[in-house]
Design a binder for this molecule. Sequence first.
Ligand code: SF4
Ligand code: SF4
Length: 420
Amino acid sequence: MNNQLAYEETFDCVQCGYCLPACPTYTTMGKERHSPRGRINLVQMASEGKISIQEIEDSMELCLGCRACETACPTNVQYGKILSSYKEVKMEQEGSSLINRLAMKKGLANKSMLNTMNLSLRFYQQSGIEKLGKVTKGIQVLPENLRAFEAIIPNITKPDKELRKGTLIPDTETKLKVAFFTGCIMDVFFAKINDLSIKLLQHAGCEVTVIKNQTCCGALQHHEGDSETTKQLAKENIVAFEKEHYDYIVNSIGGCGAMLVEYDQLLQSEPEWVERAKGFAEKSKDISVILAELDIEFTKKVEKRITYQPSCHLSNVQKVKKSPLELIYRIPGTTYIPLPEMDMCCGSAGTYNVFHYQESMEILDEKMSYVKETIPEVIVTSNPGCHLQMCMGVKREGLESKVEVVHIVEILAEACGLKN
Ligand code: SF4
Ligand code: SF4
């Protein structure tokens, strides 16, 4: 393979700087090389051989990939493509990282490994080991970033098998026939959110099938620059979801959904796949879009002050902005308070908050300064990474007793009387 930097695309940038205020790394780091425009210039220079890939690494690696710059850009610069091309070239030159080889290439696409991960985490939480680690301070041996994550691991539940076998029929007339995409990490850490999503779809009038042979979407591998594994996973998913006709392929994961809707771009150089990938991408929808379209009926009041922190990949890549808000507005009894600068990334960005912990925390602290201005009782999220990051923000600010972080399906399920 001979990957190339997206040189032509860099000329779409007219250097206007409109993207600068939208970029979280420029806002917090204050340097041109940490801005979208700066990064585009660096990729252009590297393409022309004026500088090496290694010389642009610090700037490119600190990019969150949130793609807020694309939304702000008046000339439609394809920043995502430029960033991916850098990641691919870097991987080709420097080889795959250990984390990619172990976790992303093998782990995330392996069902039994994911089940084992879910089981181990439940054992860790339920056996008393977690408590013991905290009481004895054994947890202190972990580095700061891992300690911070350990502190916000959600209550891990077992995926509900009954919801995942066969096809669920709605109680009322069938309005849509949908296939549900569970994701890999989502079903390990947030199986209960997938369970509630399936119930909500059924409640809204969908016939729901959880496709058996589905696999990881490939988003994390794509962010690493491993296009070979990403394409392989995309093809496996296309084959798995093509077996029967479905109106939509639905997911509750902003980040994975963004990968699914770009399968056609990913496979554009493979003529035998591109049409099939396009069909898959066009059918892939975030759950909020489907529930808003079906005008889901709420039966219970949720008398809470709610704010919403959108997932960047849901807003900037999937372009889903209105549906989550429409649903939140419609929940009876709810008071919605807009979060200032809500479109600014929270600093989660896949594995960014693990590998660039300090930078991620600076971005999160900025986000939390707006949360403190609005004082909500609930922060609604739409992606597991953002969810954990906002939990971390709440913890850092000592707001655990005042502010709850939930995925949007949790609050919708509560308003539909589906949540225990
Ligand atoms: S993707 Fe996000 S962090 Fe990266 S340059 Fe664009 S706005 Fe900045
Ligand atoms: S807004 Fe677009 S054209 Fe303007 S500097 Fe940013 S990337 Fe370049």
